[in-house]
Write a protein that binds this ligand. Sequence first.
Ligand code: SF4
Length: 467
Amino acid sequence: MSVPTRSVALVTLGCTRNDVDSEELAGRLSAEGWTLVDDAAEADVAVVNTCGFIEQAKKDSIDAILEANDLREHGRTQKVVAVGCLAERYGKELADELPEADAVLGFDSYADMSSHLRAVLDGHAPEAHTPGDRRRLLPISPVERDASELSVPGHGAGDLPRARLDDKPWAPLKIASGCDRRCAFCAIPAFRGAFVSRRPSDVVAEGRWLATQGVRELFLVSENSTSYGKDLGDLDLLEQVLPELTTIEGIERVRVSYLQPAEIRPGLLRAMASTEGVVPWYDISFQHASGPLLRRMRRFGDTDSFLGLIEGIRERQPEAGIRSNVIVGFPGETEEDVAELERFLVGARLDVVGVFGYSDEDGTEGELLTDKIDPDVIATRVDRLTRLVEELTAQRAEERIGQVVEVLVEDVDEESGEVSGRAAHQGPDVDGVTLLTGALEGVEIGAFVAAEVVGTEGIDLVAEVLA
Ligand code: SF4
């Protein structure tokens, strides 16, 4: 007698690193006989892959769990399981406060997710874990790393299945997980753990597989790509892996995310600029520009060193897209610090800047600082910086009018006829898009189209397809 298949839906919140984890969980579950469905209402189990990054992300994750819980009344859904960063970070505490979730499972459960879900369906929910500080895994020398069982959350060693949960022509490809830095505002290292690189052979193998699935652009993700290889005893490993990825048949673009300014090496910048297929796109996590404030944040650099870095990139690649995030309202931030950040932003002419207001994160050094900034002052500074950034990034987009861009088509709206995609300097999801005009017949998702920029809408470009 055949065992009836059980169905599962993955609801993913947060960043592209979570997207990869969901696709890998989907691959494992599918290999174990689960039927994957898109709609949580059609699934026996809804697995909500949560984000635990900032307050709003936590709230969105909890809302998604509550929504999945509501499906029990109307849909097929019998069980709701929380995984991901929020689950890892709060474990038992989350389980106690959120009885709507039948189970709360941390990263260590990923390797055996199928049996956990079967147990949950059979009414035997595994105990939620008590979160520990995953930084205790430090330090990992290359020798220890070789002998250790450590794996990247969502990725074990070797050849693991991954199932695609969308049909976009780009896909995130995780190269590492965790972070060894100690930024005072950030809780990521405490729950993502020490920095662990995936082996180049695994990364390249997954890149090849993604190419067979129609992916044209690989988006390399991690918490800190500049550290790639250090735990494998080779700090130049990213420079060596990039040419291997760009020569995979079907892959036209490789995009490297999250560069840590303190760790950017001239050799890496040279390799990124000179490896054909690596897009001229630099995602540099500046966070602030005032030297004294950066030191309080436990970070390096200042306005002048950052401007020098940007100048070096633009000398080689004037068309490069450069994006960053900044935090305002960190404890002790003065008006002078804010003015210094403005000086940097005006000088840097970045393509995209995310402005975030500081909020205390559990278990961080920032939480313990006493000279907190009033929330109203933080909101005012966020507003002020956001307005400045909107003006500067719109100007930067306008500077591209007249340039020819290569657009990866990502969206073709049959009804409106609108076709859009991303130029090389535009990263996925948050960097704006390029709206194509002109001869659009036969243009399909996944195609590369050359177009001349004829206008802008904020950071979005409008470009006319070239004959
Ligand atoms: S480098 Fe990034 S992930 Fe690591 S502690 Fe700093 S902000 Fe957090």
